[in-house]
Design a protein around this ligand. Structure first.
Ligand SMILES: *[C@@H]1O[C@H](CO)[C@@H](O)[C@H](O)[C@H]1NC(C)=O
Ligand SMILES: *[C@@H]1O[C@H](CO)[C@@H](O)[C@H](O)[C@H]1NC(C)=O
Ligand SMILES: *[C@@H]1O[C@H](CO)[C@@H](O)[C@H](O)[C@H]1NC(C)=O
Ligand SMILES: *[C@@H]1O[C@H](CO)[C@@H](O)[C@H](O)[C@H]1NC(C)=O
Ligand SMILES: *[C@@H]1O[C@H](CO)[C@@H](O)[C@H](O)[C@H]1NC(C)=O
Ligand SMILES: *[C@@H]1O[C@H](CO)[C@@H](O)[C@H](O)[C@H]1NC(C)=O
Ligand SMILES: *[C@@H]1O[C@H](CO)[C@@H](O)[C@H](O)[C@H]1NC(C)=O
Ligand SMILES: *[C@@H]1O[C@H](CO)[C@@H](O)[C@H](O)[C@H]1NC(C)=O
Length: 473
């Protein structure tokens, strides 16, 4: 009971703390010697705050207080009757209006355990914590969040009004427009009305002071991301690589474009950027250039785009060859088979080459496409339309990369299979004739086909006389 009473007395005034009974739970948070929630002092006065606790202490000062500044002194001592406590005394002298803010003392190891006091340092020539500047500060509007004009003041009773340019005075209504001397004005549900130039204004001794703000509603719409190569990109060592990533975004958007690529750590690439506006959109270009490719530059190149919470990316894979090459081989065998009457037939040997070679097809030593209108070159294949027997022959593919003096030829033989046909059948069907018994007769059968057909004769004995074929059945 005594302990509880003691804590209450201690709570009311830290200065009473002279005896220290190490009761459990005491100093679970550090304790300041001021018990008020806020202090008001004048400029040039000295601000002294003393903090005490069970463990090592640390101060968190308002952003306006310069770090490692002569006028800031922190004295740390062991204190308490058994010197088993920690004391940290902060002295700011002279205090300046821009030091207005929340002063917090916390445990170094348990930072959530803290004590704080809000200190106003009044200055009749500086009603706003932030100095007025001719260039307005930009305030971003975010969907679903209140809009805050951070015009904190150095005296809690300062009368501030919010003005929308050119002349629209907004009074706090405690519903949508809220005034708070420690924060400034906040608008709970900002509408389009709140886009524009605003200022917080106050009159001190007939002098007008203001803090200006420009509100901005960021647009984060990425409409399109385009990389001028998205499939495999084949290149040669020593060559230049240039990739152009183009981002189309809504007007007023800001985007950030970053590249990831294999040699990023070495910084082997240079990146240039450009922005242009069309009537409806913004275009952002980022061009990545590697002046001399090496083997180590092969791999994935990714253009990543972010605009606020929106993200998009696109990529390409770069293959770097040591040197130009042509590899030309038969697909299965040097002889290929087609059938007469086939709608089309494609001659395609295996060809891998870089850079792309020139290709010429010869048939029997003459340029194929000039020989017959049914032949045409598609990619590096030769396509034959309506295959006929005369297409059989020797074909040669000539490949070459003139620039590097690389040439390779390959010859293949096309066999066109033709279904056997009997010549006599096409002329007329022979009527059974009568020949003299014992005479010598020659029967002719002419047949053609590829490969040459084999001819076989079959003899069907005539049905006995007087019996018609129908009866026989
Ligand atoms: C504070 O001190 C400065 C210089 O030391 C002086 O110019 C100023 O008038 C003082 N301000 C107040 C409010 O005493
Ligand atoms: C620091 O503050 C404590 C009280 O918390 C006080 O007893 C002590 O004298 C102060 N030390 C200095 C150097 O001001
Ligand atoms: C602020 O305005 C109120 C009434 O409008 C007035 O009573 C008060 O004195 C003003 N405060 C200051 C610091 O000018
Ligand atoms: C990048 O590509 C866009 C369109 O694809 C083009 O307008 C732009 O000029 C290119 N940038 C460079 C540096 O070539
Ligand atoms: C991509 O764009 C850059 C810059 O405009 C250009 O130099 C490069 O040749 C283009 N690359 C491809 C694969 O089109
Ligand atoms: C890039 O860095 C790696 C390792 O840091 C190194 O082995 C390599 O030679 C570098 N390449 C270039 C082109 O500088
Ligand atoms: C590269 O882009 C393709 C789509 O263009 C996507 O499917 C793939 O996941 C991307 N790869 C990486 C590693 O981002
Ligand atoms: C390829 O064929 C052409 C024409 O028949 C010939 O001039 C050339 O020497 C041949 N090249 C090779 C590498 O066989």
């Amino acid at each position: 009971m005594f302990d509880i009473l003691f804590v209450m007395i201690f709570g009311l005034s830290g200065r009473v703390l002279t005896k220290d009974t190490d009761t459990k739970g005491r100093f679970s948070s550090p304790v300041l010697d001021v018990t008020e929630k806020q202090l008001i002092i004048e400029r040039n006065q000295t601000l002294q705050l003393n903090c005490r606790g069970r463990w090592e202490l640390q101060w968190v000062l308002p952003s306006g207080v310069p770090k490692s500044f002569q006028s800031t002194q922190i004295q740390e001592t062991r204190c308490g009757r058994k010197t088993n406590q920690y004391c940290s005394n902060l002295t700011l002298s002279p205090a300046l209006a821009q030091y207005t803010g929340s002063y917090r003392c916390r445990y170094l190891q348990k930072q959530r355990k803290q004590a704080s006091v809000y200190v106003y340092i009044t200055d009749s020539q500086r009603p706003f914590v932030k100095m007025q500047s001719e260039i307005p500060d930009v305030v971003y509007m975010k969907e679903g969040e209140p809009l805050v004009f951070p015009c904190r003041v150095t005296h809690p009773d300062t009368n501030v009004s919010l003005v929308k340019y050119p002349l629209h005075v907004l009074a706090p209504d405690n519903r949508n427009i809220i005034w708070n001397s420690r924060q400034g004005f906040s608008i709970r549900s900002p509408t389009y009305f709140y886009i524009g130039l605003f200022s917080c204004e106050t009159l001190v001794n007939g002098v007008k002071y203001s803090n200006k703000f420009l509100t901005h509603r960021p647009v984060n719409k990425i409409l399109d991301v385009y990389l001028n190569s998205t499939s495999l990109l084949h290149t040669l060592q020593g060559e230049i690589l240039a990739l152009n990533c183009t981002v189309t975004a809504e007007w007023n958007s800001r985007v950030s474009i970053t590249w990831t690529y294999p040699q990023k750590a070495n910084g082997s690439a240079t990146i240039s950027r450009r922005i242009s506006r069309s009537r409806t959109n913004m275009l952002f270009y980022s061009v990545l250039t590697i002046p001399r490719l090496s083997k180590a530059d092969r791999g994935l190149y990714k253009c990543q785009v972010t605009s606020g919470p929106s993200k998009r990316d696109t990529n390409t894979t770069v293959i770097v060859y040591d040197q130009p090459f042509i590899r030309l081989k038969h697909r299965n065998s040097p002889v290929v088979q087609a059938f007469a009457g086939q709608k089309s037939f494609r001659l395609t040997p295996k060809l891998r080459a870089f850079p792309a070679p020139e290709v010429i097809w010869l048939k029997d030593g003459m340029v194929a496409a000039e020989r017959c209108s049914r032949y045409h070159v598609d990619g590096f294949s030769l396509v034959i339309r309506d295959v006929s027997e005369e297409d059989a022959g020797i074909y040669t593919i000539l490949t070459g990369i003139q620039q590097y003096g690389l040439f390779q030829n390959l010859t293949l033989t096309l066999v066109v299979n033709v279904k056997p046909q009997i010549g006599e059948k096409t002329v007329s069907s022979h009527q059974p004739g009568t020949v003299q018994r014992g005479s010598r007769q020659a029967l002719h059968c002419t047949s053609h086909g590829v490969p040459p057909p084999q001819i076989q004769w079959l003899w069907h004995p005539c049905p006995p006389k007087g019996l018609s074929p129908a009866r026989l059945a």
